[in-house]
Ligand binder design. Structure first.
Ligand code: ATP
Ligand code: MG
Length: 217
């Protein structure tokens, strides 16, 4: 019997940028998640289906084996912790950086030098805590789920930790990047049990992904 495979993806850039990799593996998603209301999408291969979940939920579906494999940003994987996940390939897609930003005019460097306690809003509490601890910066972290840029503008915080690609959103809100925490890209994650039990089925797909993703490096 053919082994069934379930791939977890999030809508938007990860879905779009994974399509060429799937194509390299001979897999084509036959419905568009932007117009379909289905959460389970068929592919041209009856043994492969795609589930559409929140970006931050991808590691959870794969960890518990509800999906055999998935695509998730390094930002999301660091917050999740990676338990139960095998992470064989950096797909070099959805590239951006995780940065600290403040309101234009706020002297971050001098606040840090003076040992001030900074309030920081972020969706990435764990990664931010580790970053500031490693630099010896005192922070109070406030968890938000979106629109981090608003924090400093309305007095909720002194700084934000968020993903930046072009910097357009920061500029539009008069914020400036003051510290670069790390480069971010998306990884393939595979359920550890599936890797053993479905190796025959997964291996050629992993190889095709690896080869195709080198073009993005
Ligand atoms: P949700 O919308 O479900 O809350 P999200 O906003 O994190 O989740 P996306 O904006 O689609 O979802 O981002 C998914 C992933 O894409 C992120 O985890 C990150 O790795 C990457 N990403 C986010 N923003 C950018 C960006 N501006 N440029 C490139 N990649 C990005
Ligand atoms: Mg989003």
């Amino acid at each position: 019997m053919t082994q069934q495979l379930t791939l977890a993806l999030s809508k938007g850039r990860i879905f779009e940028e994974t399509l060429p990799l799937l194509k390299a593996a001979g897999i084509e998603v036959t419905e568009d998640p932007e117009t379909s209301r289905k959460l389970i999408l068929p592919t041209n291969d009856p043994a492969v289906r795609v589930i559409i979940v929140r970006a931050s939920d991808v590691p959870t579906y794969v960890q518990y084996g509800a999906a055999d494999f998935g695509v998730a940003g390094k930002d999301v994987l660091l917050e999740h912790g990676g338990e139960g996940l095998y992470q064989p390939i950096d797909l070099n897609i959805a590239k951006c950086r995780l940065s600290v930003a403040v309101q234009d005019g706020f002297d971050y460097a001098s606040a840090v030098r003076q040992g001030a306690r900074l309030r920081v809003v972020t969706k990435y509490v764990k990664t931010a805590r580790e970053h500031f601890a490693s630099k010896g910066v005192h922070v109070d972290l406030i968890k938000l789920y979106g629109s981090m840029e608003l924090g400093p503008l309305v007095g909720l915080s002194d700084a934000i930790v968020d993903l930046v690609s072009t910097g357009g959103t920061l500029r539009a809100n008069k914020l400036v990047e003051v510290e670069h925490i790390m480069e971010i890209s998306s990884r393939l994650v595979v359920n550890q049990a599936a890797l053993k039990l479905k190796r025959e089925r997964l291996q050629p797909i992993l190889e095709a992904f690896e080869k195709a993703s080198q073009a993005n490096a």
